[in-house]
Design a protein around this ligand. Structure first.
Ligand code: NAD
Ligand code: PRE
Length: 288
């Protein structure tokens, strides 16, 4: 598909995800002017100073009133209030899209909030790091990474095509998924691992009966496994709460898997353990 050109692109929440999308689209030459708005004024000033955005706005109205496309990259539980605050100021024909990690509830709400004549398309780039803020953003974050779009029966086809072409210009491979399917899939492959990493840090820290500073002894295994426990706490609070039911189903599944593993360690069943680890290694090796 040909590359689109967006005259005015507004980014609401100029952090890792919003800032990286802005940088990537600027670098690809598909946006002429980027206006950023963020509740954290120090972060917004830094975004301007780093050239992540071309201009900064004092409020939602100033950010979106001349925009052809609005990208929201705020924590998921802040998303609908942000769309609601932007809605009265959107120009006719404006396309509103987001990068939130949870989709079903959010897409339903945002579709209703965007006024007639404007269009909403749900999205989620499957790329990130454990760092936050404009300073953490970089233009190549989305190169070769998936971006999931979650159209519904209400989604405008032209708006969907435009959002797809923008993610492709940023280097992503775009796939479409139903919002609820998206939430179940990412509860398993993204949200559960973050919960496990957060809990693992607590479990190891809490085990320090004889050695006070046990975490200081951690090396590659612990550090590789728990990199994502350094991710922003409020972002992950929001994801855990908004994707509660799919996440609870995966936490239960994990708990029973872990109980089975515990039982075989307790009974000294070496053959079972080796077979179990062999299957895990094969499955994990296959995705790399
Ligand atoms: N970090 C990741 O790995 C990752 C990956 C994919 C999607 N996401 C999703 O992208 C979104 C943004 O995450 P991020 O990693 O860029 O976080 P971030 O903390 O780097 O950036 C979010 C920014 O939004 C601002 N903000 C918060 N509430 C706001 C509001 N109501 N209005 C305006 N600005 C507001 C914050 O000040 C912050 O600068 C989240 O919904 C997250 O679930 C994150
Ligand atoms: O690499 C990381 O730090 C991430 O956590 C990125 C990651 C994930 O793979 O789980 C986190 C949240 C998202 O919504 C998408 C991607």
């Amino acid at each position: 598909m040909s590359q689109p050109v967006i005259n005015t692109f507004a980014v609401i929440g100029v952090g890792l995800i919003g800032g990286s999308f802005s940088r990537a689209l600027k670098q690809a030459g598909v946006v002429k002017r980027v206006i950023g708005f963020d509740l954290d004024s120090a972060n917004l000033a830094e975004a301007l100073q780093l050239g992540v955005v071309d201009e900064i706005a004092a409020d939602y109205a100033a950010a979106v009133s001349s925009a052809d496309l609005v990208f929201l990259a705020v924590p998921v539980r802040a998303m609908t209030a942000a769309v609601s605050a932007c809605a009265p100021f959107l120009r006719p024909g404006c396309v509103v899209t987001d990068g939130g990690s949870v989709k079903d509830e959010l897409v339903v709400a945002c579709e209703q909030l965007v006024p007639a004549g404007c269009f909403f398309v749900g999205g989620h780039p499957i790329a990130g790091t454990e760092h936050s803020g404009a300073k953490a953003s970089f233009a190549t974050l989305y190169q070769g990474r998936r971006c999931i779009l979650t159209p519904t029966s209400r989604t405008d086809q032209q708006a969907l095509d435009l959002v797809q072409r923008l993610w492709e210009a940023a280097g992503s491979r775009v796939e479409c998924m139903e919002p609820l399917t998206h939430d179940r899939v990412f509860a398993a492959v993204s949200h559960l691992p973050h919960m496990v990493a957060y809990a693992l840090v607590h479990a190891v820290n809490g085990s320090a009966e004889e050695e006070e500073n046990i975490l200081a002894f951690s090396a590659g295994g612990f550090r590789d496994f728990t990199r994502i426990a350094s991710s922003d706490p409020s972002m992950w609070r929001d994801i855990a709460l908004m994707n509660r039911l799919p996440l609870l189903a995966m936490l239960d599944r994990y708990q029973s898997e872990f109980a089975a593993l515990r039982e075989r360690v307790a009974s000294g069943d070496g053959a079972w353990l080796e077979n179990y680890f062999t299957t895990s290694k094969r499955l994990r090796d296959e995705i790399i």
